[in-house]
Design a protein around this ligand. Structure first.
Ligand SMILES: Cc1cc2nc3c(=O)[nH]c(=O)nc-3n(C[C@H](O)[C@H](O)[C@H](O)COP(=O)(O)OP(=O)(O)OC[C@H]3O[C@@H](n4cnc5c(N)ncnc54)[C@H](O)[C@@H]3O)c2cc1C
Length: 514
């Protein structure tokens, strides 16, 4: 296999995904700074199946999806597959682009966890910098049944109607989401569309597509580059004169670190991976937002207009002492029975779903390697529903009950013919809990596996400046650095991590006295 050294770059960004696109775009604003982006997937330019938001579901499980399984989940659903996009823009190129600025309580929780400088007041300006077109679901995309869900939820739960969830912090409310899209064409305003497409002609921005980072190169405790394999099998070392920034996401960032010998010493030794730096927190603190599902058959077909078939949602605060919402729902204009079907439920021809979701789950998991072979997928043990007092499971049961109240309320009630799953005969806490956990799915929010923390936190992987502890020339910027998961959908938080990382890098650029 051919081996060669490439030109020197100032920065090498691993992963042209959500955060990586932001970092690369911002760094190359300075024409004297040379940046290489190592991206495992192809370009999304001129690919309507990627760029059209409403086609998102068609991408899951296909050739642009790394498709990670989970380990068996004794108290949950062992069949969950975690989609991770293999394309420029990363998961922002195949997700639903629901856009929530994390709530002030989410950022303040980070600061309390040791992420100094990541409190709400410090993070706010990064939201204002975002280049994405973030707009409420357009009037023409507001389906009649989703409108009636919003009205019924207001009435049944007594929460306010919200128009523009990002206008001000909220504890509860129902309404249409803000999305990062262009309503006139349904085109994504993904990380690649907003941060890379307008700048592809920058001579200092070098995208290495269909190129896989096999390991980080280090010398004397400093990251010097990235060893990569191109589509044709050629192996190369891409060197970084200043820094390597790993933006491979919450699954592939800890995976790459561990394959490079950076991680829990004992685990690495057991797999025969030479230890470069013992960092026990790599892969720990695996977080997600699990949700369950309740499905109704409708009397007939629904109107077809929509932005992406899950355009509205509800936030509830059951515990008045909670700092933010403690129960969330997506409303799907489709019968989402993939998981219930495994338990014997049928899929109605026409239907809708409500999906109770846990904004602040208490269960924690762990990601680890089972082999030193970089081709072997890592093990993802989310530990779903393993928290001691079953807070997570109980939250879903509360959610099913609230969803039923909404379904009984007009103007939604008259659309619905019958509850298909779990079915009206299931009413007890225990049986609802069992159902809710067994059909639980993910909304694909893995995070936390290389968390930010203070210097005395033994499981912190990066410090508040995103540098990897104990090594120099190496930072991480993606969903893996989240110390805790925001109560809302996390993508905008990831964009803001990218913006803050770029800011930290440019502020420390030699010769820049900002
Ligand atoms: C189906 C789906 C729907 C979602 N919906 C929403 C939503 O509506 N709203 C919301 O807030 N969040 C949503 N999310 C979550 C959100 O998209 C993610 O949290 C976020 O995009 C993660 O960004 P990231 O930068 O951490 O990783 P990614 O965007 O996944 O970027 C990682 C990039 O690194 C590349 N890569 C990985 N390993 C390597 C390697 N070794 N070598 C080279 N390249 C590599 C990948 O190809 C990818 O491009 C959804 C996620 C999915 C999958």
């Amino acid at each position: 296999m051919a081996q060669q050294e490439t030109d020197d770059y100032d920065y090498v960004v691993v992963g042209g995904g959500t955060a990586g696109s932001v970092v690369a775009s911002r760094l190359t604003e300075d024409p004297s700074v040379r940046v290489a982006v190592i991206e495992g997937g192809p370009s999304d330019v001129d690919r309507p199946e990627v760029l059209t938001l409403r086609r998102w579901l068609g991408l899951l499980g296909g050739d642009l999806d790394y498709d990670y399984p989970t380990t068996p989940q004794p108290r949950g659903n062992s069949h969950i597959r975690h989609s991770r996009a293999r394309v420029l823009g990363g998961c922002s190129s195949h997700n639903t682009l629901i856009s929530f600025k994390p709530l002030p309580s989410d950022w303040d929780e980070w600061a309390e966890a040791g992420a100094e400088g990541w409190d709400a007041a410090s993070m706010d300006p990064y939201y204002d910098r975002l280049l994405n077109n973030i707009v409420p679901v357009d009037e023409k995309d507001r389906n009649a049944i989703a409108r009636d869900f919003v009205e019924a939820a207001q009435e049944a739960v007594g929460v306010p109607r919200v128009e523009g969830f990002n206008k001000e912090p909220f504890h509860e409310g129902v309404g249409f989401f803000d999305l990062a899209y262009h309503p006139e064409t349904n085109k994504r305003s993904s990380a690649s569309v907003a941060y890379l497409h307008p700048f592809l002609d920058r001579p200092n921005l070098h995208l290495l597509l269909e190129t896989w980072a096999l390991r980080l190169e280090t010398a004397g405790g400093r990251a010097t580059g990235v060893h990569v394999r191109a589509e044709d099998g050629t192996e190369t070392t891409v060197t970084a004169a200043r820094e390597v920034i790993v933006c491979a996401g919450a699954v592939d960032t800890p995976r790459l670190l561990m394959l490079s010998g950076v991680g829990p010493k004992r685990d690495l030794e057991a797999l025969g991976i030479p230890v470069v730096h013992d960092l026990p927190g790599v892969g720990e603190n695996l977080l997600d937002h699990p949700e369950s599902v309740i499905v109704w058959e409708t009397h007939g077909p629904l109107p077809d207009n929509s932005a992406m078939d899950s355009d509205a949602g509800l936030f509830v605060r059951r515990d008045p002492a909670a700092k933010g919402p403690d129960l969330m729902f997506h409303f799907y204009q489709t019968p989402f029975t993939d998981n219930p079907e495994r338990l014997g439920y049928e899929k109605p021809r026409y239907g809708v779903s409500m999906t109770p979701n846990i904004p602040k789950p208490k269960s924690r998991g762990r990601l680890y390697l089972t082999s030193a072979d970089p081709a072997v997928k890592p093990a993802l043990d989310f530990g779903y529903f393993t928290d001691e007092d079953d807070y997570d499971g109980r939250t879903l049961v509360d959610g099913i009950r609230i969803a039923r109240e909404i379904a009984r309320t007009e103007p939604l009630a008259s659309w619905l013919k019958r509850e298909v799953c779990p079915g009206p005969e299931l009413t007890g806490d225990e049986e609802l809990g069992e159902y809710a956990r067994k059909v639980a799915h993910t909304v694909y929010h893995p995070a936390g596996t290389c968390r930010i923390g203070a210097g005395d936190d033994p499981l912190a992987v990066v410090g508040p400046d995103l540098t990897v502890r104990g090594l120099s020339g190496l930072r991480i910027a993606d969903a893996s650095v989240f110390p805790t998961i925001p109560a809302v959908n996390p993508m905008i938080g990831v964009f803001m991590v990218g913006e803050k990382c770029a800011d930290l890098l440019t502020r420390t650029t030699p010769g820049d006295d900002a």
